[in-house]
Design a protein around this ligand. Structure first.
Ligand code: AMP
Ligand code: ZN
Ligand code: FE
Ligand code: FE
Length: 272
């Protein structure tokens, strides 16, 4: 079993990398990509744990939020050389922008009478990338909402009172950053992306390698349609669960059925 889309405590997942890797191994996974938002710092721990377990391969990955025609598109990167200086410099900038944005969102929550303790929010966020799910958890804990979904639906998504945008890369910039670090890029959870053909032509011109057809929450028909679209564009149909631990309690590790051939082809595209 394979899962190419997972988040740890180094971004907005709730499992530390070691726990995530042990849980993945116990669930029968033998190839796992850790794809934290804007952060590769969880990989040493994930890889060390996988070495202890033997028989589980970790693919070094990332998930980058991009802007396209004023819409958000997520780009996954795989087989990264994480020591790449340009990559790490950009990731550090993106993480800093997330902190600035979080601080502004906390101010907005104060203004609407839903205050959160800064220290507790920092504790929930831990190391790595700050994300809105951390705010959602803090809101739940403070009794402002009864679920993560409610926090997003009422306060944290675009158009809602506590939302603040953050700087995002263009799709070609994200693909170039990933490629510059020896990696290959795939468009994450593509269903529902406005003008997907337009996104694909821009991304393909920038060197896109894959399309995440096998996504945890997609039914068989949707997967089939997206896999056909990927094939039509000469792209690898990648896949994964988008596991976030307790921040997405209905999503299990390995819940997307990813064919081994996808990993072979992706690896080939990365020249590994
Ligand atoms: P951010 O990176 O701070 O922009 O937050 C985006 C993250 O929030 C992504 O990882 C999404 O998976 C997560 N997210 C977006 N909407 C929801 C929701 N309704 N419930 C739970 N998580 C969400
Ligand atoms: Zn996330
Ligand atoms: Fe995403
Ligand atoms: Fe994700």
């Amino acid at each position: 079993m394979i899962d190419l889309h997972t988040h740890s405590t180094y971004s907005d997942g709730t499992d530390p990398p070691a726990d995530l890797v042990r849980a993945a191994y116990a669930a029968g996974l033998r190839i796992l990509a850790l794809t934290d938002h804007d952060c590769t710092d969880g990989l040493p721990e994930a890889t060390a744990t996988a070495v202890e377990l033997r028989g589980l391969e970790i693919i070094p990955g990332i998930e980058l939020s991009c802007e396209h025609d004023d819409r958000e598109v997520h780009v996954l990167g795989y087989f990264l050389q994480t020591e790449n200086a340009e990559l790490q410099a950009r990731l550090a900038e993106l993480r800093q922008a997330r902190l600035t944005r979080a601080s502004r969102m906390l101010d907005k929550l104060d203004e609407i009478g839903k205050p959160l303790g800064r220290d507790r929010v920092a504790e929930i966020a831990g190391t790595g990338s700050f994300g809105r799910p951390h705010l959602a958890r803090a809101m739940m804990e403070a009794g402002h909402v009864s679920s993560i979904d409610e926090a997003f639906a009422r306060y944290l998504t675009r158009g809602k009172p506590a939302y603040v945008p953050r700087p995002r890369l263009s799709i070609p910039a994200a693909i170039a950053l990933i490629g510059g670090a020896g990696g290959v890029a795939s468009i994450a959870h593509p269903w529902g992306i406005d003008n997907l053909p337009g996104v694909l032509s821009v991304a393909a011109a920038a060197g896109l390698a894959g399309l995440e057809a096998h996504y945890g929450r997609y039914d068989a028909r949707r997967v089939e349609e997206l896999a056909a679209l990927a094939a039509g564009h000469g792209l690898v149909a990648t896949g994964g669960s988008d596991y976030h631990g307790a921040n997405k309690p209905d999503v299990a590790l390995g819940c997307a059925d990813v064919p081994i051939g996808s990993v072979f082809r992706l690896r080939e595209r990365a020249g590994r």
